[in-house]
Design a protein. Structure first.
Length: 152
C-alpha cells in the first residue's frame, strides 16, 4: 500500500479552525489524562501524595480528579494556542514546538510555588507536565500528517 509522501510544509494546507483540531484536543486530553492518572495513582500508592481521592473538598492537596481536569484543560488550551500560532507564523509547527518547550520549562517552577510541596511531589507534577506537552506535540504532528494526506 503506497502512502503519499508528506511534505514538511503540509501543515500550510490545514485551516486552524478545522473541527478535527478540537477532536485532536479531546484525544490529547484523554491520552494525557489516562497516562497522568496512572502516574499520579502510582505515586500516591508509593506514598508521594497523601491521598488519591479526597472526601472533604476543603482539605488541601491534589486528587486524581484534579489531575484529569488539569490535563484536559491544558490540552484544549494548547489547541487554542496552536490556532493562534497558525494565524501568524509562516512555519507554525517549529514555532509552536519552541513555544511549548519554553512554557514547559516555565511550568516546572509551579509545583515549587505551592507551600508544603515536597521535592518528590514536585518531580511527579513536573512529569505530568511533560506527559501533556509530549502528547500535544505528538498529536499535532499526527494531525498535520493526517491533514496533508486528506488534502492530497
Amino acid at each position: 500500500m503506497n502512502t503519499p509522501a508528506v511534505s514538511p510544509d503540509a501543515h500550510q494546507t490545514l485551516p486552524a479552525q478545522s473541527p478535527s483540531l478540537w477532536r485532536t484536543g479531546l484525544r490529547v486530553g484523554i491520552i494525557s489524562s489516562v497516562i497522568n492518572s496512572v502516574i499520579y495513582i502510582g505515586a500516591a500508592l508509593a506514598g508521594v501524595f497523601p491521598t488519591i481521592i479526597k472526601l472533604d473538598p476543603t482539605e488541601p492537596g491534589m486528587t486524581v480528579f484534579a489531575v484529569i481536569l488539569v490535563s484536559m484543560v491544558a490540552s484544549f488550551a494548547a489547541m487554542g494556542v496552536w490556532k493562534l500560532v497558525t494565524r501568524w507564523a509562516e512555519r507554525p509547527f517549529p514555532v509552536y514546538a519552541w513555544l511549548a518547550g519554553i512554557l514547559l520549562l516555565l511550568s516546572f517552577a509551579a509545583p515549587y510555588a505551592v507551600p508544603g510541596t515536597t521535592s518528590a511531589q514536585a518531580w511527579v507534577q513536573n512529569l505530568l507536565h511533560v506527559v501533556v506537552a509530549a502528547a500535544v506535540l505528538w498529536e499535532l504532528r499526527m494531525f498535520r500528517v493526517r491533514g496533508a494526506r486528506a488534502a492530497s
